[in-house]
Design a binder for this molecule. Structure first.
Ligand code: MLT
Length: 253
């Protein structure tokens, strides 16, 4: 992997292909390797940059500084380090929340946005409380506390063991802070409605973590959005239906 020193941490990223810069922002509790099936479908058109967010994968896991805005600032700094004035962003689930934080703070650098199995609404108070409980469990038990998510991340049972291994590689400090960061995220519906760039929405109709209604609601807020719904696909379209997900991302152009 490549590493770049930014914002006081070492940020790891993979890069493949040529063309329009596209940053793939992974979900929770994963890292850039969750994009592996998708990337070969994109490399003819895009310069595909796949960071590990702070606290995940091969990136540093500092003790603090984990708001979604901090993670968005890392993406901004990564673009600067790569001499890219702007880029397309595609975020999976939590990566979508980070991408929305990027749109809020670094809008002029955003050429287009794709939200894959994600949402613009904030957490309910119950969901926030649940995340804080899970964060405490992760600090006590390690990633095993969230390993059960492997079964919910994909509707394809053949992918459970890959996802479970990926989750078990993650660091407790990064997982716990990311849970708290997701709980603290603001509602982004007004931001979404005010976007001035292409918006692509991809959602599996068998998503058991974030209901597909969330993407339909976002399409209502931003009617020009291009919505792809994937029957039989769960929370991880990039893994479960990579060709269809790549075709949807081409519609950013
Ligand atoms: C994710 O897949 O990134 C998370 O499940 C998102 C969430 O918990 O809201």
């Amino acid at each position: 992997m490549n590493h770049v020193a930014i914002n006081g941490i070492s940020l790891a990223y993979e890069r493949a292909g040529r063309g329009h810069p596209l940053v793939l922002v992974h979900g929770f509790p994963l890292d850039h390797s969750s994009w592996a099936s998708l990337v070969p479908h994109l490399t003819d058109t895009f310069d595909v940059i796949q960071p590990d967010l702070r606290g995940f994968g091969a990136s540093s896991a500092p003790e603090s500084g984990y708001s979604l805005e901090d993670m968005a600032a890392d993406l901004d700094a990564l673009l600067t380090a790569l001499n890219l004035p702007s880029a397309f962003l595609a975020g999976h689930s939590m990566g979508g929340y980070v991408s929305l934080a990027f749109a809020r703070r670094f809008g002029p650098r955003l050429r287009g946005l794709a939200l894959i199995g994600s949402q613009a609404v904030a957490d309910t108070p119950e969901r926030q409380a649940g995340r804080h409980t899970t964060a405490a469990q992760v600090l006590e038990q390690g990633p095993l506390a969230v390993a059960g998510m492997a079964e919910k991340l994909s509707a394809n049972p053949d992918q459970t063991s890959f996802l479970r291994e990926l989750i078990l590689r993650q660091k407790p400090v990064g997982l716990a802070h990311a849970l708290k960061a997701m709980a603290a995220r603001p509602d982004s519906q007004a931001l979404l409605a005010s976007l001035q760039v292409p918006l692509v929405l991809v959602h599996g109709l068998a998503d058991s973590l974030i209901p597909f209604d969330r993407s339909r609601e976002m399409k209502t807020l931003y009617p020009q959005a291009n919505l792809t719904e994937l029957p039989g696909v769960g929370h991880s379209p990039a893994l479960e239906a990579p060709a269809e997900t790549a075709a949807a991302l081409q519609r950013l152009l």
